[in-house]
Design a protein around this ligand. Structure first.
Ligand code: UDP
Length: 264
């Protein structure tokens, strides 16, 4: 049972009060939603997989100097993060035409874009997260021009890094969504990467077969989502293939932390 104070509950995650001021605990649920909550399901094991996949990606990004909210993984479903003031924007980076871009501009899915494209969406469920321009963002004060520049620079660095990371394991990074937050250090404000990066927030296609290895499997009723996420985790080196499953048929994860599984 969780007796910590719940700060916020989203569609796929819960944020709890952290052990120290300025920290939070990010808990990954098994819930999957799509089409602005019209479609919902529980996919057993998804939260565990996303926790590990996001952990390895954020750790690698920290290592190359991209500031993130990630501090450490606590157990199978939870990570300790820095508390940030979330900027109410979804920043999408696209390398290949798919999803809403294909629909909006009539582009064939799978077409390599002439260059990486960044888009902003206003985080507002009631409105279905509408796409917005820099003009809207600055006029309504969601972020300052300098913050937009910083988010765009970070988003492109993250994209360059992730394209290479996934290419190396036979996966094409089609597009992804990130969120940023503000932190204050000695009266200085900084923007850092927040939220998660997982197959819930990326389009990942197998390089050889173009099989979808992401949440589109749920959006498009294709089935096999957990198996696909497991395959992403396996290729990233966070799934242990040799060890038998500890509990039933759930995913088997490499444990690098003695507190693993405590809250499971
Ligand atoms: N995305 C996301 N959360 C959202 C909307 C989009 O993580 O609320 C991700 C999505 O998984 C994809 C990218 O952002 O990797 C671009 O999504 P798109 O705009 O094509 O929207 P969709 O077709 O998913 O509605």
């Amino acid at each position: 049972m969780n007796r910590r104070r719940r700060i916020y509950e989203g569609k796929a995650k819960v944020l709890y009060e952290g052990p120290e001021p300025g920290t939070l605990i990010q808990h990954f649920k098994d819930d999957a939603t799509a089409f602005n909550n019209e479609k919902h399901a529980l996919l057993e094991g998804k939260g565990v997989l996303n926790n590990r996949i996001s952990e390895i990606i954020f750790t690698r990004l920290n290592e190359i100097g991209v500031p993130t909210h990630f501090l450490r993984r606590l157990n199978m479903r939870e990570q300790l993060i820095r508390e940030v003031e979330i900027i109410p924007l979804e920043v999408v980076v696209r390398n290949v035409a798919a999803g809403s871009l294909s629909k909006r501009l009539g582009l064939e899915e799978g077409m390599q874009l002439p260059r990486s494209i960044i888009e902003f969406y206003y985080k507002k469920d009631e409105l279905g997260d509408p796409m917005v321009s820099e003009e809207h963002i600055t006029a309504f004060g969601w972020a300052a021009p300098q913050e937009i520049d910083e988010m765009m620079q970070l988003a492109l660095r993250i994209n360059d890094f992730l394209v290479g990371l996934f290419l190396g394991i036979g996966i094409r990074l089609v597009d992804f969504k990130v969120e940023f937050g503000r932190v204050w250090e000695n009266d200085q404000m900084r923007i850092i990467l927040a939220d998660e990066i997982s197959p819930d927030s990326c389009r990942l296609w197998d390089s050889k077969t173009s099989d979808k290895m992401d949440k589109d499997r749920f959006r498009q009723d294709m089935g096999g989502l957990i198996e696909a996420y497991q395959e992403v985790a396996r290729r990233l080196g966070v799934l242990n293939e040799n060890r038998p499953a500890a509990t039933g048929s759930g995913p088997v994860l490499v444990s690098s932390n003695s507190s693993d599984g405590k809250s499971e």
